[in-house]
Design a protein around this ligand. Structure first.
Ligand code: Z5A
Length: 225
């Protein structure tokens, strides 16, 4: 039997963005499973990480050891991890016709290190060009919710474990992050779709599937799952 995904050429690149505990990982997994059911080959990956070298860099960043570098230094580390992730996993998968669902990508650098962290937005934009090159998301799902709700979910799941580098930032930082993501969505409404992340997991999954079908009618309309 022929492989319809391979026959239609390059896979699609879908990213999930938003604050802590918004449900990105949960929905990224659900979306990839639904794409598979609909006949599309799909993988889930994450940032920072997604390749062995990028996972090593993830450990350094989230331990807090790199925070002394300041937001631009951390942005460069996220960028280095992203280059390896793109080169080793994302670009080859897309070229092979696989759909890539990525839990965070370059919008997180714009929001965390740029807007909320106060690194120069112009420098962050220049870094993004160098790092991302032609591998831009076809669609980004922004999982939006009040930071208090997301942080409470993340803490409940951590069950007393220590906060990581960014979870330990104050509420003002997390509010600035939310505004930064909403600002990205307002500037790029064609690419970034906002989803209310306070709803139930099932309701959110349905909304995301509707967004996917609207965004990729030729690829998904006849392949509902
Ligand atoms: N970072 C950066 O600064 N710059 C960059 O360029 C990049 C990243 C790429 C990565 O940490 C950190 O790196 C991140 C940004 C920074 N900041 N922090 N911390 P991470 O990967 O460990 O954490 P995260 O990306 O923030 O993910 P998260 O905290 O795991 O949240 P999530 O993926 O959005 O949520 P989840 O794991 O799917 O769900 C969280 C909990 O809520 C879990 O118990 C679920 O069962 C529950 N959940 C999920 N959906 C719902 C609904 N709908 N209702 C109720 N409960 C729910």
């Amino acid at each position: 039997m022929s492989d319809p995904t391979a026959a239609s050429g390059r896979g699609r690149f879908i990213t999930f963005e938003g604050g802590e505990g918004a449900g990105k990982s949960t929905q990224a997994r659900r979306l990839a499973a639904r794409l598979e059911t609909a006949g599309r080959r799909a993988i889930v990956t994450r940032e920072p990480g997604g390749s062995p070298l990028a996972e090593t860099i993830r450990g350094v960043i989230l331990s807090g050891k790199a925070s002394a570098l300041g937001p631009m230094g951390e942005a460069i580390l996220f960028g280095a991890a992203r280059i390896d992730h793109i080169d080793k996993l994302i670009a080859p998968a897309l070229a092979a016709g696989t759909w890539v669902v990525c839990d965070r990508f370059a919008d997180s650098t714009r929001a965390y290190q740029g807007a909320a962290g106060k690194a120069s937005p112009d420098l962050i934009a220049e870094l993004e060009k160098v790092v991302v090159r032609e591998i831009k998301p076809d669609l980004t799902i922004l999982m939006d919710l009040p930071p208090q709700t997301g942080l409470a979910r993340a803490r409940k799941r951590a069950a007393g474990a220590a906060s990581d580098r960014f979870e330990s930032e104050d509420l003002a930082f997390h509010n600035a992050l939310r505004d930064a993501f909403l600002d990205i969505a307002a500037r790029e409404p064609g690419r970034v779709k906002i989803v209310d992340a306070t709803e139930t997991e099932d309701a959110i999954a349905e909304k995301i599937w509707t967004i996917l079908r609207d965004a990729f009618p030729a690829e998904l309309a006849a392949r509902d799952a």
